[in-house]
Design a protein around this ligand. Structure first.
Ligand code: ADP
Ligand code: MG
Length: 312
């Protein structure tokens, strides 16, 4: 017997390293006419590295400049990293893994964290050696804070973001202790994938990210994306997708994180990055990129269109 076109397209997608969960999904892939992509772990490799460690002195900002710029290998830096890493240890977020790896690379033993909590799109909190440690997005942690140390922390974070880093604030017992700069590499096939998806849908994909607007804009420009939505919480990603769908578009969402799961569920079709993707994203998505090649997304969309008898 001849296999129905959609089933043979599904098998073909599997050979390209994309796990499409059903023939219905295989059919829906070819219907999409708009794409929304996550940044960290989706357009980037998802293995970010800590590239700057800025300790905020409890004393004056002058002292901070004198003691810690530009040298960044001191004991205070090691302590800051170890504290942040202890709090981040239970997290599966790519930024958390970068921080833990950096602390280990400096030979630090990590204290164990108690009362761990994480908020998607924001960061983590934990008790480490009796101190309440918060690690996360400076803009969100510092919202409404008007004290001088918070202003200083916001300035340091802004400098790092202007250099293209993702800035991560470390706060101990409510007081800013330092800012980490973290950077990730673009996937080698990111720009080609954006170009192919633009060709298939007629519009460049939209970028939906929880990261800061500066880092997002820089990366978007590098891959050919013009519609950038930054600083988003998981529900903001959902709202952006729903707005497009209400305008009659069939939206393909591509993401990897726990923070992407609601948008993957709200999308006409959701695809998760398999290698670094969170379990929740993998379960929620309609299809999973198993072999970690982003460029297989336009490939499977084209496979579906061909199976449905549409010209690609
Ligand atoms: P993206 O949408 O680009 O994948 P996320 O929504 O996962 O990014 O994260 C958005 C922002 O929230 C990060 O840039 C970071 O500032 C902060 N954040 C989220 N999780 C963590 C974490 N575990 N540790 C530190 N910061 C975090
Ligand atoms: Mg992500």
């Amino acid at each position: 017997a001849t296999m129905p076109p959609l089933l043979s397209a599904l098998a073909n997608a599997g050979r390209h390293g994309v796990l499409v969960k059903s023939a219905v999904v295989m059919e829906r892939l070819g219907q999409v006419d708009a794409v929304a992509m996550d940044k960290t772990g989706t357009l980037t490799e998802g293995t970010p590295r800590v590239t700057a460690v800025r300790v905020l002195s409890a004393a004056s900002s002058d002292q901070y400049e004198r003691e810690h710029e530009p040298h960044e290998s001191g004991a205070a830096q090691d302590r800051l990293l170890a504290l942040a890493a202890a709090a981040e240890h239970p997290s599966e977020h790519p930024l958390a893994r970068a921080i833990v790896q950096a602390a280990h690379a400096r030979g630090r033993q990590l204290s164990s964290a108690r009362d761990f909590g994480s908020t998607p799109g924001l960061g983590v909190t934990a008790t480490v050696d009796g101190d309440l440690v918060e690690v996360g997005a400076p803009a969100r942690l510092l919202r409404g804070a008007e004290d001088a140390p918070s202003a200083r922390a916001a300035a340091v974070a802004g400098d790092l973001e202007a250099e293209g880093h993702t800035a991560v604030l470390v706060r101990v017992n409510g007081v800013p202790a330092g800012v980490l700069g973290i950077a990730d590499r673009l996937r080698p096939d990111a720009a080609a994938t954006v170009a192919a998806l633009t060709g298939l849908t007629g519009t460049p994909p939209m970028l939906l990210t929880g990261d800061n607007p500066r880092a997002a804009a820089r990366l978007a420009a590098d891959v050919g994306i013009t519609d950038v939505r930054a600083g988003l919480l998981p529900q903001d990603k959902v709202a952006a997708v729903q707005k497009l769908e209400q305008a009659g578009r069939k939206v393909l969402v591509i993401g990897d994180g726990v923070n992407d799961a609601p948008a993957l569920a709200a999308a006409h079709t959701g695809i998760a990055m398999g290698r670094a993707g969170s379990d929740l994203a993998l379960e929620t998505a309609d299809a999973v990129i198993v072999r970690d090649e982003l460029a297989t997304v336009p490939t499977v969309v084209a496979l579906s269109r061909r199976a449905r008898g549409l010209v690609v």
